[in-house]
Design a protein around this ligand. Structure first.
Ligand SMILES: Cc1ncc(COP(=O)(O)O)c(C=O)c1O
Length: 376
């Protein structure tokens, strides 16, 4: 009789709760005390613990990383008609909040050394647009951008810097945690991130006053008054006390998750690094990545789509590198500064399954399927 067992899907990166059940302990506490909403000890604790982990003075727990970018832009004073520089090679959530603020994004190319914002393109962008309100820097796939070079340029132009560290919790640049170099940093706890709360985000900054202001905006901008009074536009962006409990538990296993992601990357590099046309994402001596997604580019006859499709047939998830924002129908009307680096990374790049629940057997299966493409 044919087996009816469905092959379990191997994911790109999916939720992975702790073996120890840390998350449930915090969630249970919230339930036992009926303190499931709105705020509470888990929210305060998660803000405190995350700020400590990354080395930031203050943090605001929010409903998503996107909300955190939105409030960072607002805190930086970005408003209608302002220009914001944004990497083109990123997820749309980096750029969307610029539009929420009725500001104007200008997209900046990547370089091959980091896959992140090119300092050369950034300089050119400042020549074209001397009056810029903020620069968003992304640490793509857990690889850090070259912060020293980017910050030097930004400082010359006296512009606010926001780090989108949604994908880089656990990544250090020259020994310091990504997300803590700019005026504001943001993290995401979306389901596919290195740790997850099912959904959520965090805004961090050394400016405690601005973080307090962000918390105020995130709770509908309620003025201090017994009656409901509002002097400013508000948002419903706060994280709930249940969700924050999951985050506190997940934070305890972050280092373990980084360790496993590194193991996965090294496994792939060892097994696939010698194949013709394969080049892995860059390694820089100043970068200590979290290896959120193991990614590579293909320059030979095997194309990204061949690899993605052959894995999909075996119920294994992989995907192309982000499609640059300046190539997106919604964003193509905005200016772009650079050459063709991000376009080439999109054309040739693949993100391999990097789920921390993968076993050696799973990893071997993935590499054998991929190697098969070179044997044809
Ligand atoms: C680079 C980047 N920025 C922002 C976000 C948005 O985070 P969230 O999904 O928590 O809103 C994500 C992920 O979803 C991301 O990958």
């Amino acid at each position: 009789m044919e087996s009816t067992k469905v092959k379990e899907r191997i994911f790109l990166s999916s939720p992975h709760m702790s073996d120890e059940g840390y998350e449930m302990q915090y969630v249970k506490e919230a339930f036992d005390t009926n303190w499931i909403a709105p705020l509470g000890e888990n929210v305060n604790g998660f803000e405190r613990e995350l700020a400590e982990k990354v080395g930031s003075k203050a943090a605001a727990a929010l409903s998503s990383g996107t909300a955190a970018i939105h409030l960072a832009l607002k805190a930086a004073g970005v408003g209608e008609g302002d220009i914001v520089f944004c990497p083109t090679l990123t997820f749309s959530a980096t750029a969307n909040p610029i539009i929420y603020q009725h500001a104007i994004p200008v997209f900046i190319d990547s370089d091959y050394e980091t896959w992140n914002m090119s300092p050369v393109a950034l300089e050119q962008a400042f020549e074209r647009y001397p009056d810029v309100k903020a620069v968003i820097v992304v640490h793509l796939y857990g690889l850090s951008a070259d912060m020293d070079r980017l910050l030097e340029i930004c400082r010359k132009h006296d512009v606010a810097v926001i780090e989108d560290a949604a994908e880089s919790l656990g990544t250090y640049y020259k020994g310091r945690h990504t997300g803590t170099f700019g005026d504001y940093g943001i993290f995401s706890f979306n389901g596919n991130k290195i740790i997850t709360t099912s959904g959520g985000g965090m805004l961090v900054s050394d400016n405690e006053e601005r973080i307090a202001k962000a918390r105020f905006w995130a709770t509908q901008s309620r003025d201090e008054a017994r009656h409901y009074q509002h002097s400013e536009l508000g948002f419903n962006y706060r994280m709930s006390n249940v969700v924050a409990g999951i985050g506190r538990g997940q934070l305890k296993v972050l280092d373990q998750r980084v360790e496993k992601k590194r193991y996965i990357f090294e496994f792939y590099k060892r097994e696939l690094g010698g194949l013709e046309g394969v080049e892995f994402m860059p390694s820089n001596e100043w970068d200590e990545p979290n290896y959120w997604l193991s990614s590579l580019t293909l320059s030979g006859s095997v194309r990204p789509i061949d690899l993605i499709e052959v894995l999909e047939k075996e119920n294994i998830e992989s995907r192309p590198v982000w499609k640059p924002m300046h190539m997106q129908p919604f964003f193509e009307k905005y200016d772009f500064v650079g050459t063709d680096v991000s376009e080439k990374l999109f054309e040739n790049g693949v993100c391999l399954p990097s789920d921390t629940k993968m076993t050696d057997e799973d990893l071997t299966k993935v590499v054998e399927i991929i190697k098969g493409l070179w044997r044809k």
